[in-house]
Write a protein that binds this ligand. Structure first.
Ligand SMILES: *Cc1c(COP(=O)(O)O)cnc(C)c1O
Length: 390
């Protein structure tokens, strides 16, 4: 059994993919080929946002977003510690300071009430209101840290609570970045994921709901000026012509071959989103008779089910469940085994165990079971039967 069955998907579209890759080989425009604007147009229409910009990965999409919004040294960027490293890594790369905020236990996404507390704590240097990086706990007149942005993550394919996040952001004058690396195709109260905040960032890493055969990503924005800055930053800060450079940028372009693959996959993407809903619905029904907690989707939202993550009652039980599944050749994975505030890479921030109890508790218990559009009824039955007998 596959955790994510990319081969079953490829089997459906192989000949079309080969044809589109051949087209790229024939025209030879490997960089900035016509497949890129074609894909940008299709996804911008799908998401309902006027500007879409292909780029080299989901990580670079986030980095470009921070650069376009002028976020750097002296800026605090709020995000959750229960996410993939890239979300917070780019904050440090941009020279800004990550400030972590715990997750809502029901959705796994940033808790808007705690976000408000964290901003208040940072403004007043009061680590007792909310845990803060050690550098932000004392006032420093030479290097004041200002609350600047929040990166909300749509974890496992479920959009964060943008109505409430926007309220907090407006109150404190924060810009909002949507880390939609896992959620392209999801919905929040009638709006599509990738349409929230100042800039939204998607990833086309092969295992994401819409993935290519390599690395790729995309930025979405409603703002024409930001769109122009993003395009310049993606291409070494280009100005009017190729050797005119008006700002410091990166080589952050999307490959034409990857865009070609994505165009083929996008044709079956809406259908695959429907299939994912059916698989998730079956899991949710089957798991209701077990001791495991299955994800619940709040009213008015639709997850695209990048992962199907479940929670045993105790951390020790996770090992038993994973082993029982492994004995039947059923793959599992842990997203995420270590919250970011306890990662060595962020030890300079001085966070301690206990700072973010929900993220820490979930990291010790959570695991994900196979989830993809082509998962059969029988395979799901075997998975759930194995879990209920363990
Ligand atoms: C995958 C992922 C990223 C990074 O995307 P890449 O395309 O792998 O660089 C960022 N944030 C989250 C939440 C992700 O899951």
């Amino acid at each position: 059994m596959q955790f994510i069955d990319l081969a079953a998907q490829q089997h459906r579209i192989r000949s079309i993919v080969e044809k589109r890759i051949q087209t790229v080989l024939n025209h030879g425009k490997y960089i900035n080929g016509p497949e890129i604007p074609e894909l940008e147009e299709k996804l911008s229409e799908f998401v309902g946002v006027p500007h879409a910009m292909g780029c080299s990965s989901g990580t670079d999409a986030l980095l470009l977003a921070l650069m376009a919004l002028d976020i750097g040294p002296g800026d605090a960027v709020f995000t959750t510690p229960f996410t993939f490293i890239a979300t917070a890594e780019v904050i440090s790369l941009a020279g800004a300071m990550p400030v972590f905020v715990d997750i809502d236990p029901l959705t796994f996404n940033i808790d808007p009430a705690k976000l408000d507390q964290a901003v208040n704590a940072l403004k007043s240097h009061k680590g007792d209101i909310h845990p803060l990086p050690v550098q932000a706990k004392v006032p420093d007149t030479r290097f004041e840290i200002t609350p600047k942005a929040v990166i909300a993550v749509d974890l496992f394919g479920l959009p964060a609570d943008y109505d409430r996040i926007m309220q907090v952001a407006e109150k404190h004058g924060l810009v909002v970045i949507e880390d939609a690396a896992q959620s392209l195709g999801a919905e929040y109260h009638g709006k599509k994921a990738c349409s929230f905040g100042d800039i939204a960032c998607a990833s086309f890493f092969p295992a994401k709901p819409l993935g290519c055969y390599g690395d790729g990503g995309m930025c979405f924005t409603h703002n024409t000026e930001l769109a122009a800055r993003l395009k310049s930053l993606r291409n070494h800060g280009a100005g009017g012509h190729k050797y005119d450079n008006v700002r410091i940028g990166i080589n952050g372009r999307l490959d034409a071959i990857q865009a070609a693959v994505l165009l083929c996959k996008f044709d079956i993407f809406p259908e695959e989103i429907g299939l994912r809903q059916e698989v998730a619905h079956r899991y949710s029904q089957m798991l209701s008779d077990t001791t495991l907690t299955a994800p619940k989707i709040p009213e008015g939202m639709m997850s695209v089910w990048a992962q199907y993550a479940i929670l045993p009652k105790h951390g020790a039980a996770r090992d038993f469940f994973q082993k029982a599944l492994k004995d039947k050749d059923i793959p599992t994975a842990i997203y995420y085994p270590k919250p970011l505030h306890l990662q060595t890479a962020f030890k300079n921030l001085g966070y301690q165990p206990g700072d973010f109890p929900v993220s820490e508790d979930y990291s010790s218990r959570i695991f994900s079971i196979p989830m993809h559009p082509y998962l059969t009824h029988q395979d799901q039955e075997l998975i759930v039967k194995t879990l209920s007998l363990t």
